[in-house]
Write a protein that binds this ligand. Structure first.
Ligand SMILES: Cc1cc2nc3c(=O)[nH]c(=O)nc-3n(C[C@H](O)[C@H](O)[C@H](O)COP(=O)(O)O)c2cc1C
Length: 328
């Protein structure tokens, strides 16, 4: 079974992906955070730079598009094909309040007929393979039966199901009962996504759904960048690896031309996930969030890393149905 790193806008940039691959590895593929094209299918140069092949050497990357109009989707897919990509992923899961009302992301799931019309046009003209990353529904997970019927009409390269509806954002407990519909009915290779935050959750999904194509992990790996390695039976995360990870991320962001101010913001965003590997380090974490420049951040980071509170078995909080203390 393959393991993939889920897209996380604001976190898993090309720099993050490269550094992650260099220091930890273990992910068979990475999905780039979404590109949101304008009416002509154009995206900002800074966004396009994230998926340029020269910024993603040595890793298998699938770019993702957030768009519900076939024209711009196809124009951008053409551009990605010209860069050498052979697959593009459709975002049918973004829950953002600025996206959903425009019928994009998870907003595409509210009207299966419109989703069908979109896919019909995309699949008749797209020069490369199309995979879909979908939630189970907009308001309720029982919407998924009708959504799956639409997906079944097209030769999706892969169907990644984030086992929540849009209302569940990132908090609700994944609905494995509704996910089973995809497991039993999907014609496309199926990928599970949602709350794989620790080895026990991974084992639980593997034993419940043994024939999955892959498991896609976001926050669990953002919290513990060695998670893929651990799931493959490798060594636990070491504190010195985290030190190198942060140092390299900062160095590479600055070298890429990202301002100090923006780099600091990005690092704080990453720390939000890694925090969970330091249970009880409230004071050190507060200091990190207060850092007003990279020098202060470095000093606060050293305090955190040397606090003695690092626990390589800790994980981002969240559970799965049927996952108990006993089987953890
Ligand atoms: C900060 C953040 C940014 C995200 N950005 C994207 C994105 O660009 N495209 C996408 O399909 N999903 C995005 N997601 C959703 C994740 O890919 C994933 O589906 C979700 O976090 C559930 O998986 P997890 O429990 O393994 O984190 C994002 C999630 C978070 C928390």
């Amino acid at each position: 079974m393959e393991l993939s790193f889920a897209p996380m806008e604001g976190v898993t940039s090309c720099i993050y992906r490269q550094v992650h691959k260099e220091l930890f590895g273990g992910a068979d593929r990475y999905y780039a955070p979404f590109l949101a094209p304008d009416g002509q299918g154009k995206v900002k140069l800074s966004a396009l730079r994230d998926v340029l092949p020269e910024n993603n050497e040595g890793l298998l990357l699938v770019p993702q598009i957030l768009c519900s109009a076939p024209g711009p989707f196809l124009a951008l897919a053409d551009e990605l094909a010209a860069m050498g990509y052979d697959e593009v992923n459709l975002n049918a899961g973004c829950p953002s309040g600025t996206v959903v009302p425009k019928h994009k992301g998870a907003g595409m799931l509210g009207d299966p007929a419109a989703l069908d019309a979109f896919l019909n046009e995309v699949f008749s003209r797209c020069p490369i393979r199309v995979s879909v990353k979908s939630r189970l529904g907009l308001e309720r997970t029982d919407e998924f039966a009708a959504i799956l019927e639409v997906y079944k009409r097209y030769p999706l390269a892969e169907l990644i199901v984030h086992a929540r509806d849009r209302r569940g954002l990132y908090q609700s407990v994944p609905d494995l009962h509704a996910f089973r519909l995809a497991y039993e009915g999907s014609r496309a290779p199926l990928v599970y996504n949602g709350n794989i935050l620790c080895p026990a959750a991974y084992n639980h999904i593997m034993s419940t759904f043994p024939n999955l194509e892959a498991i896609c992990i976001g926050r669990g790996a953002a919290a513990n960048p060695a998670l893929f390695r651990v799931l493959r039976g490798g060594e636990k995360l070491r504190i010195e690896e985290l030190r190198s990870f942060f140092r390299l991320l900062i160095e590479r962001m600055l070298a890429y031309g990202i301002s100090e101010h923006f780099t600091l913001g990005r690092m704080k965003e990453m720390l939000y996930y890694v925090n969970h590997m330091f249970p009880g380090a409230k004071r050190e974490l507060k200091q990190l969030q207060k850092a007003s420049d990279l020098k202060e951040f470095d000093a606060a980071l050293a305090l955190l890393l040397d606090s003695g509170r690092f626990d390589p078995d800790a994980s981002f909080p969240g559970t799965l149905p049927g996952l108990t203390e006993e089987n953890a």
